[in-house]
Ligand binder design. Structure first.
Ligand SMILES: *[C@@H]1O[C@H](CO)[C@@H](O)[C@H](O)[C@H]1NC(C)=O
Ligand SMILES: *[C@@H]1O[C@H](CO)[C@@H](O)[C@H](O)[C@H]1NC(C)=O
Ligand SMILES: *[C@@H]1O[C@H](CO)[C@@H](O)[C@H](O)[C@H]1NC(C)=O
Length: 555
C-alpha cells in the first residue's frame, strides 16, 4: 500500500488538472465568532457555519471541492487543511506564508478547489487561523475512497475534536466497503472532569450505540491546541488500522497516545456484555491531568457503565514504546511506491541532514519559541507569493538558519533572532530531518505538503550512530510526529512536492510564537508537471498587490 497518496487532497487550478468527469461539490461557509467550550469552560472561538468544530465535508476520491468562504470576523482569516497533502499546490495551503488572508470584516469570498485523491478513507481538519488569535476552527473533511481505488478500510467516519471518537457507519470489519457514504453525524461527548464520570453516566446519554457482534471503526484525531491525549474505551480493546492516512499493521491496544495533530483509526468489536461503556480521554505529560468521558451504549441495553474508569499510562517511556510498535502495513491495498518514490526509503541515499532544535527565549522582552536560534516572523507578503512574483529581496532571505543548531543553543545562551525563516531544498532531494528537543516539554511537529517516514526516536542528543537504530523497513508514513522531552525524532522524506511548505509545531502557542519555518522547494523546470499555476482568484496582498502576473508555468 502506499503512504502519501492515502491522504491526498489536491487543489486544482485553472484548467489543467480538473477532470471534467469528476464531480464538483460546492460549499458556502460563513466564519463567525462564537462561544465554544471544548474542555467545558466557555471561551470565544471561531465558528464555521455556526459550528465548532465546523461542518463535515462528505466526499469521495477525485471530487473537486469548491468552498466559498465569507469572513465575518473583524480580522483577516485563513483556512488551512491540516493533514491534507496538496500535491503540486501550495497555492491553497492556507498558511500565512503561502496565502493572503481573506480581509477582515469583509464578506469577501474565496474559492478553494480541492481535489480529493485519497486511496483510503481519511479525514482531515481544516485549521482556521488569524494572525492575532489562538483559534482553531476545527472542521472535518471526510474523504472516502471511491470504488476506483480499492480500500481495505470501512468507510471513513467523521473525526472529532479533542480526540473524541465518533460513531462510524455501522459496518463489520470484513465489510471493506468502498462505497461513498462516510458517515455519522458529528456528536460531541459530554466532557467532564475526571471523577464526575459516574455522574455523567447517571444522567448521561450514550453518544452512540453499537450492536452486539458488530465491529466499528472509530477515527480519533487530536485537534487540540496543546496537550497529548490518551484515548481508551472501557472493556474494549482497539485494533489499530490506520494513522495519518497510512494503513498500519493491525496491533491491538488498550489505550493510545494521540499527540497534537495526529489521527488514528481503530476497529472496536462490540463483543462485551450489553451495557454502557465509557470512552475516556485524558491529557498526558501535563502537570494537571484533565479527563473527559463519554458514554457509548449497546443497542437494547440501558445499563449504566462500570463506575471504574480505565487509567491512563504514566510517563513517556510507555509512549515511546507504543510508537515503536507502530508498523506500516506493507500488504494493505497492495504495496506500491508512493508518489514520493520512497517506498523503499531505507535504501535511498540521504543527500542532506537537517538538524532542527527548538528553544524558548525572549525577543524584546516577550516570550518567543525558536528553531535553530531563530523565531519565525511573517513578512508583509506571503513567502510563496513574494517568491513567485520575484519580490523576495525586500521580504525575506533564504536559508538564514543553518542545517544544525548553533552551538550556543546548547547552553541556552543564544539570543533569538526574529525573522522569516525559509529553508531551500533541491527538488527531489532525499533528506533526513532530526528534530531535537532540549526542553522538558513534549513537541509535536507537522509538515504540510508531505508525508514522511519517522524512522527513529530516542532520549538525549542525536548523533550519527543513532542511525543504526532506525527502522528502514516499515516506519508508518505520517504528517505529524512527536518529539519527547529532552529527546530527538528522525524523519526521512523526498522533497518532491514543489511549493512553499510550512514545518511547524502543532502546539499552537509555540507555532504562534515562532516555532515554525517554511521550506521552499522549487522545480527548476517550472513545469506544470511539477507545480500548478496559481488559481485565477488568487488573493494578492503586500508587495505583490500591483505587480504584473509572471508568465504561467507550461508543460
Ligand atoms: C455525510 O454523510 C452522512 C451519511 O451519508 C450523512 O448522514 C451526513 O448528514 C452527511 N453530512 C453532510 C455534512 O453532508
Ligand atoms: C494489513 O492490512 C490488511 C488489509 O487491511 C490486513 O488484512 C492485514 O491483516 C494487515 N496486516 C497485518 C500484519 O496486520
Ligand atoms: C549510495 O551510496 C553508496 C555509497 O556511497 C553508493 O555505492 C551507491 O551507489 C549509492 N546508491 C544510489 C542509489 O545512489
Amino acid at each position: 500500500m502506499k503512504a502519501a497518496a492515502l491522504l491526498v487532497l489536491v487543489a486544482v487550478l485553472g484548467l489543467t488538472a480538473v477532470q471534467a468527469e469528476d464531480p464538483y461539490l460546492y460549499f458556502t461557509w460563513k466564519v463567525t465568532y462564537g462561544t465554544i467550550a471544548p474542555l467545558g469552560v466557555p471561551q470565544k472561538g471561531i465558528l464555521i457555519d455556526g459550528q465548532f468544530p465546523g461542518p463535515n465535508i462528505n466526499c469521495t476520491t477525485n471530487n473537486n471541492i469548491v468552498i466559498n468562504l465569507f469572513n465575518d470576523l473583524d480580522e483577516p482569516f485563513l483556512l488551512s487543511w491540516n493533514g491534507i497533502q496538496q500535491r503540486k499546490n501550495s497555492w491553497q495551503d492556507g498558511m500565512p506564508g503561502t496565502n493572503c488572508p481573506i480581509p477582515r470584516g469583509e464578506t469577501s469570498l474565496t474559492t478553494s478547489r480541492l481535489r480529493t485523491r485519497s486511496a483510503a478513507s481519511s479525514t482531515s481538519r481544516p485549521w482556521g487561523c488569524t494572525r492575532r488569535r489562538v483559534a482553531s476552527a476545527g472542521s472535518a473533511l471526510t474523504a472516502a475512497s471511491s470504488s476506483r481505488s480499492p480500500s481495505t478500510l470501512p468507510p471513513a467516519t467523521s473525526p472529532s475534536s479533542s480526540a473524541t471518537g465518533t460513531p462510524p457507519a455501522t459496518t463489520s470489519s470484513s465489510a471493506a466497503s468502498t462505497a461513498a457514504g462516510p458517515s455519522a453525524a458529528r456528536r460531541r461527548p459530554d466532557q467532564r472532569q475526571s471523577g464526575n464520570a459516574a455522574a455523567a453516566a447517571a444522567g448521561g446519554q450514550a453518544i452512540f450505540s453499537m450492536e452486539s457482534g458488530k465491529t466499528y471503526r472509530y477515527r480519533i484525531c487530536n485537534v487540540g491546541l496543546k496537550a497529548t491525549l490518551n484515548f481508551r474505551i472501557q472493556g474494549h480493546a482497539m485494533k489499530l488500522v490506520e494513522m495519518d492516512g497510512s494503513h498500519t499493521v493491525q496491533n491491538v491496544y488498550d489505550s493510545l497516545d494521540v499527540h497534537v495533530g495526529q489521527c488514528y483509526s481503530v476497529l472496536v468489536a462490540a463483543d462485551q456484555a450489553p451495557r454502557g461503556y465509557f470512552m475516556v480521554v485524558s491529557t498526558r505529560f501535563s502537570k494537571r491531568v484533565l479527563s473527559a468521558a463519554a458514554m457509548i451504549g449497546y443497542a437494547g441495553s440501558t445499563a449504566a457503565p462500570p463506575a471504574e474508569l480505565p487509567q491512563a499510562p504514566v510517563g513517556w517511556a510507555w509512549s515511546l514504546n507504543q510508537w515503536r510498535s507502530f508498523r506500516w502495513n506493507l500488504t494493505a491495498s497492495a504495496a506500491r511506491p508512493n508518489p514520493q518514490g520512497s517506498y523503499h526509503y531505507g535504501s535511498i541515499n540521504i543527500t542532506r541532514t537537517i538538524k532542527l532544535a527548538n528553544s524558548a527565549g525572549t525577543v524584546g522582552g516577550k516570550l518567543r519559541y525558536a528553531i535553530n536560534g531563530a523565531t519565525f516572523q511573517n513578512p508583509a507578503t506571503p513567502l510563496k507569493l513574494a517568491e513567485y512574483f520575484g519580490a523576495t529581496g525586500a521580504e525575506f532571505k533564504y536559508d538564514t538558519i543553518s542545517d544544525a543548531p548553533p552551538k550556543k543553543l546548547r547552553s541556552g545562551a543564544a539570543a533569538i533572532r526574529a525573522e522569516p525563516i525559509v529553508l531551500t531544498s533541491k527538488f527531489r532531494d532525499f533528506v533526513e530531518i532530526i528534530l531535537e528537543n532540549h526542553e522538558r516539554s513534549i513537541q509535536s511537529y507537522h509538515l504540510d505538503g508531505y508525508s514522511f517516514f519517522p524512522v527513529g526516536m530516542g532520549a538525549g542528543r542525536w548523533t550519527p550512530e543513532k542511525r543504526r537504530s532506525y527502522n528502514l523497513m516499515d516506519a508508518v508514513s505520517r504528517h505529524t510526529i512527536q518529539v519527547y522531552p529532552r529527546s530527538w525524532s528522525a524523519i526521512m522524506l523526498t522533497f518532491d512536492n514543489a511549493g512553499m511548505w510550512n514545518l511547524r509545531s502543532e502546539i499552537w502557542e509555540r507555532h504562534y510564537l515562532g516555532q515554525q519555518l517554511y521550506i521552499s522547494v522549487l522545480s527548476p523546470a517550472k513545469s506544470l508537471r511539477d507545480e500548478y499555476n496559481p488559481p485565477e482568484n488568487l488573493l494578492l496582498c503586500g508587495a505583490t498587490k500591483n505587480l504584473p502576473l509572471p508568465p504561467p508555468y507550461t508543460i
